[in-house]
Ligand binder design. Structure first.
Ligand code: NAD
Length: 291
């Protein structure tokens, strides 16, 4: 049976450490780190994520500068808000909660965020740094996956890592991070003709697709490490809804060496790395090292 990689426990431990760090830095610097989360419209899933992020901020001592706009907010209005936040010395991190209503251009908004306040690591400047293997703000979910692998003592160098999914939010950055850690990286996606032929090579399999239980035990190499990024809400025949990942957890855990559950795996680490990025930006401002 696979060892379960407990993201919830690691997130709790890292957040407790952050609380101490923030307390000590706050005493030196005279202000707390600040994070501004911009949310537009009333998407219930986004509202829950934003609430979660703000609660986590409060827990570790980061001030929230959350702003909630009606679905009718204009591009110009949001760009001006980002400009103001860029200039606000109490704000260290800015993020735009995605998805946005269709009339808004998310990429153009992200490009307005000052790169040193880009808490989600999605600005082209920070993605470029990632591509070059340089230190910088890194996208939260992939950075969380790397922390999970590190804390579970999973060797990466020389291993074959297969990443399924090529989004700019998850698939592409995680592939770059694994490459930087000296894995041999293979990327698969919706146009990959024979997914199983690819996934069976993986010593480390990262799945970021958004298809409930796409990965079954016959697609996984025995003793592989399986990281399930997917979050899918499904409803059973009795009308009960629950969250599942992209991996068929029960069958795959019987052959994998390690596996992340959904919920309680990658999800809690995403929020934790957002806090990390905010503290990192804050420290950069005061010339303090924070890893
Ligand atoms: P996305 O829709 O932007 O990208 C999905 C990717 O999967 C695409 O690159 C596509 O090519 C690939 N794909 C689609 N169908 C496929 C198939 N049948 N076989 C192989 N590849 C296929 O999604 P995303 O933003 O990258 O998110 C992926 C999943 O991860 C979603 O379930 C999302 O909810 C979840 N997610 C979780 C967290 C977290 O904190 N745990 C954070 C971000 C995203």
């Amino acid at each position: 049976m696979a060892e379960i990689i407990d993201g919830k426990a690691l997130a709790k431990q890292m957040q407790a450490e952050m609380t101490e760090t923030v307390k000590a830095l706050q005493a030196q610097v005279g202000r707390s780190p600040g994070l501004a989360v911009l949310m537009v419209g009333d998407n219930p899933a986004s509202a829950a994520y934003v609430r979660n992020k703000e609660l986590a901020c409060t827990r570790v001592g980061i001030r929230s500068f959350g702003k909630h706009f009606p679905a009718t907010a204009t591009q110009a209005e949001l760009e001006q808000v980002i400009k103001d936040l860029n200039a606000d010395s109490n704000v260290d991190g800015i993020l735009v909660q995605l998805p946005l209503p269709d009339h808004l251009d998310a990429i153009a908004l992200i490009n307005q965020i000052a790169p040193h306040k880009d808490a989600d690591g999605l600005h082209p400047y920070n993605l470029g740094k990632l591509l070059r293997g340089e230190e910088g703000l890194q996208s939260c979910t992939p950075a969380g996956v790397m922390q999970l692998l590190k804390h579970a003592d999973i060797p990466i160098a020389g291993k074959t890592a297969v990443v399924i999914g090529r989004s700019i939010l998850v698939g592409k950055p995680i592939a770059m991070m694994l490459l930087e850690a000296n894995a041999t990286v293979i990327m698969a996606h919706s146009r990959t003709p024979d997914l199983k032929a690819i996934t069976l090579n993986a010593d480390i399999l990262v799945v970021a697709v958004g298809r409930p239980q796409l990965i079954t035990a016959d697609m996984v190499k025995p003793r592989a490490v399986v990281i399930d990024v997917g979050i899918n809400r499904i409803t059973d025949y009795e009308g009960q809804s629950s969250l599942v990942g992209d991996v068929n957890f029960d069958s795959v855990k019987a052959i994998a060496s390690h596996i992340t559950p959904v919920p309680g795996g990658v999800g809690p680490m995403t929020v934790t790395m957002l806090l990390h990025n905010t503290i990192w930006s804050y420290c950069q401002q005061y010339g303090t090292k924070y890893n």
